[in-house]
Design a protein around this ligand. Structure first.
Ligand code: PMP
Length: 391
C-alpha cells in the first residue's frame, strides 16, 4: 500500500502502483505455482510465456512490422552504447566488406557518451555535428538539417546514431530528420527516455534501443528492436574478417544474432524485471495504447511549459521551443539563492525528484508515462505560486 506518489525523478522513475502490487504478489507466488516468477528457470514454460507476451504486447503497442525483431538484454543504456557500436559495425562489414565510419548526431550528454564509448572501443566513429557548436557552447538546440545533411553523403557511414530524448538536457528530436529517413544509412536510436511516450514509425529505424527504467519498468533490462536484415549482416561478418579489419569482437552475451536465436534467453534473463515490463505494456494497452498516452503526455508537458513561460522573468528554460522535451522539463531560477527553497516547498507538497542533473544544476521535472496529469497540475500550480511569491 502507498499514497499515490508525485515523483518527477529522471530514472529509475515512478511506476503504476497497481503494476507493482501485482508484481509483488507474483514475486512470491506466480499464478499459484507455489514459486515466485524470479525463482523458476528462464527456459521454463512460464518464463517463455512472459518473454512471448512482452514481445507480442510491444509489437502491438508500437506497431512493429515483420521486418523487425524484438529482443531483451541485460545491461542498460550504457551497455547499449557499446553493443550497438560493435554489432552495427560488424553488420556493415557483413554487408559491404569494409568497416565504414559510424556517424553520431550529438544533441546532449547521452549521445556524446555513446560516441565516446564507440571511440574508446576503437570503432571508427565521428560526430556529424555537435549541437553545442551552434548554441554558444551549450546543449539546448538542434541545428537545422541544412547545416549537416550534406555530410551524410561525404563518406561510407556504417550507421547514424541519435538519442531521441536527451534526458539530462531536456532536448528531444521533434521527429526523425528527413535527411536521415531519405538516406540509405541505417538509423540507430536511443529511446531510453521516450519509448512508448509517442507514436513512431518503427519501419524507419535500423535499431531502437531503450533502457527500461523510465517509461516501462525496472532497471536491469534493455529493449531492442532491430531490422532482420541487420541481424543477417552481422551473422555474415566472420570473426576472422573482423579481426583483420581491427573491429572489436562483441562479447557473446551482447551479440544480437545470438540473443535473438535464443529468444532473449541465451544467458539468464531477469524474468521478474521482464514481467514488470509486460504488466506496464498491458496497462498502456488498456489505457488506449500509445496514441492515448501521447495525448496525456502532451497535455502534461504543456501544463509545465505554460507555467514556466508565464513567469519567464523568473524561470529560464534553456531549450529552444521546437526541441523542448515532453519527458524531461528542464528549467532554472533566474534569481540566486532560491533553489533550496524551491525544492523544500515542493517536497512539502509531496512533489519529489525535481533536482536537476548534477552536471547542469537547476531543476528537472520528468513526466514519464506513469506520472499522472493530476500530479503534473499540482506541480504547474506550485511553479506559478512560487514565482508570484518570490519574484
Ligand atoms: N540513454 C539515455 C537517454 C539515458 O537517459 C540514460 C540513463 N539515464 C542512459 C542512456 C544510460 O542508461 P543506463 O544507466 O541504464 O546505462
Amino acid at each position: 500500500e502507498r499514497e499515490e506518489p508525485s515523483h518527477f525523478g529522471a530514472g529509475p522513475a515512478q511506476l503504476p502502483t497497481n503494476v507493482l502490487q501485482q508484481a509483488a504478489k507474483d514475486l512470491v507466488n506466480y499464478q499459484g505455482i507455489g514459486l515466485g516468477i524470479g525463482e523458476i528457470s528462464h527456459r521454463s514454460g512460464d518464463a517463455t510465456e512472459v518473454i512471448e507476451s512482452a514481445k507480442a504486447n510491444l509489437r502491438n503497442l508500437m506497431n512493429i512490422p515483420d521486418t523487425h525483431e524484438v529482443f531483451f538484454m541485460q545491461g542498460g543504456g550504457t551497455t547499449g552504447f557499446s553493443s550497438l557500436a560493435t554489432n552495427l559495425t560488424a553488420a556493415h562489414v557483413g554487408k559491404t566488406g569494409s568497416k565504414g565510419t559510424a556517424g553520431y548526431l550529438i544533441t546532449g550528454s547521452w549521445s556524446a557518451k555513446s560516441l565516446e564509448e564507440a571511440q574508446r572501443l576503437g570503432i571508427d566513429s565521428e560526430a556529424i555535428f555537435n549541437a553545442k557548436d551552434f548554441n554558444n557552447g551549450k546543449f539546448g538546440s538542434i541545428p537545422a538539417e541544412s547545416e549537416w545533411a550534406a555530410k551524410l553523403k561525404s563518406k561510407d557511414y556504417s550507421y547514424i546514431y541519435l538519442c531521441e530524448n536527451e534526458t539530462v538536457h531536456g532536448v528531444e528530436w521533434p521527429q526523425l530528420p528527413r535527411a536521415l529517413i531519405d538516406s540509405d544509412v541505417e538509423i540507430v536510436a536511443d529511446l531510453s527516455s521516450d519509448i512508448l511516450s509517442r507514436e513512431i514509425d518503427v519501419s524507419q529505424y535500423g535499431v531502437i534501443m531503450a533502457g527500461a527504467q523510465k517509461n516501462i519498468g525496472l532497471a536491469g533490462l534493455t529493449i531492442y528492436i532491430i531490422k532482420k536484415s541487420i541481424l543477417e549482416n552481422i551473422s555474415s561478418a566472420s570473426l576472422d574478417k573482423l579481426r583483420q579489419l581491427g573491429v572489436p569482437i562483441t562479447p557473446i552475451a551482447f551479440e544480437y544474432p545470438t540473443v535473438v536465436k535464443n529468444n532473449s534467453a541465451y544467458n539468464t534473463i531477469p524474468i521478474f524485471t521482464l514481467h514488470i515490463i509486460d504488466l506496464v505494456l498491458r496497462q498502456i494497452i488498456a489505457k488506449g495504447g500509445v496514441a492515448a498516452q501521447q495525448k496525456e503526455n502532451e497535455l502534461k508537458a504543456e501544463l509545465l511549459y505554460t507555467a514556466l513561460d508565464k513567469y519567464s522573468d523568473f524561470y529560464a528554460v534553456p531549450v529552444a521551443e521546437e526541441c523542448r522535451s515532453k519527458m524531461n522539463v528542464v528549467f532554472t531560477l533566474k534569481k540566486e539563492g532560491l533553489d533550496k527553497k524551491f525544492l523544500d516547498e515542493a517536497a512539502a507538497l509531496k512533489l519529489t525528484g525535481l533536482k536537476g542533473h548534477r552536471s547542469v544544476g537547476g531543476f528537472r521535472a520528468s513526466i514519464y508515462n506513469a506520472v499522472s496529469v493530476e500530479s503534473t497540475k499540482t506541480l504547474a500550480q506550485f511553479i506559478e505560486d512560487f514565482a508570484s511569491k518570490n519574484a
